[in-house]
Design a protein around this ligand. Structure first.
Ligand code: ADP
Ligand code: AMP
Length: 214
């Protein structure tokens, strides 16, 4: 099963992707996580992409597509994957569709997690994530059992540099201009499923699994 998560930054794509991956035993592929890990480790890729992330801009398509295709070519992706944060532009989606077509394959579902902009800033300002295992929390809505500590692996949680209010606004602008058109793109491909992302995270997950299994 190959799934694409769509939705604004902060809509809950990563949160849902993690639960889908656990249930179906497929990997969670987040281009944002790959970029952040490279920035933390100060790799050449990290140095190339750092300013884009800090400014809330998109990393150029060519570079992003290369990183993504390398990742999904790995053996653990052979039985499917959940893409979280990719594609983010029509050209990225077109390359993905074409590469899959060359292998007689396709995206099975594109899940659009709908959350209005007014809820997004509150979600992002309270977001905390685990730099080690990638688990995501919210200080109010989805708090860890122990303040500031990851339930899964015990590491100290961090706030993302790009979750500052000003960067969030820029990321929302970029989303509306460049990423939202993908809803129509996957609608035309006949694979779009839409869920109300303002519900409690467990309810959103139930809605998603019902759609995947209908
Ligand atoms: P995205 O991957 O779309 O950027 P995240 O999954 O990181 O979004 O979620 C953004 C923030 O909102 C996180 O702090 C997360 O814990 C919180 N969150 C996710 N889903 C919900 C939900 N259904 N209700 C309330 N808060 C949520
Ligand atoms: P995310 O973790 O998905 O919110 O992504 C964080 C940041 O990484 C984005 O604001 C972009 O700067 C960059 N990024 C992640 N995925 C992509 C992508 N598919 N195309 C371009 N830039 C991306």
């Amino acid at each position: 099963m190959k799934i694409v998560m769509l939705g604004a930054p902060g809509a809950g794509k990563g949160t849902q992707a993690q639960m889908i991956c656990e249930k179906y035993g497929i990997p969670h592929v987040s281009t944002g996580d790959i970029f952040r890990e490279n920035i933390r480790n100060n790799t050449e890729l990290g140095q190339q992409v750092k300013s884009y992330l800090n400014e809330g801009k998109l990393v150029p398509d060519e570079l992003t597509v290369r990183i993504l295709l390398d990742r999904v070519a790995k053996e653990d992706c052979a039985n499917g994957y959940v893409l979280d944060g990719f594609p983010r532009t029509i050209p990225q989606a077109e390359v993905l569709t074409q590469k899959l077509e060359e292998m007689n394959d396709k995206i099975d579902f594109a899940i659009d997690v709908e959350v209005p902009d007014e809820n997004i800033i509150r979600r992002m300002s309270g977001r905390r994530s685990c730099p080690k295992c990638g688990a995501t929390y919210h200080v109010t809505y989805i708090p860890p059992k122990q303040d500031g500590i990851c339930d899964e692996c015990g590491s100290a949680l961090v706030q993302r540099d790009d979750d500052k209010e000003e960067t969030v606004k820029e990321r929302l602008n970029v989303y509306h201009k460049q990423t939202q058109p993908l809803i129509e793109y996957y609608g035309n491909a006949g694979v779009l499923k839409t869920v109300d992302g303002t519900k409690d995270m467990k309810e959103v997950f139930e809605d998603i699994t019902a759609l995947l299994e209908e």
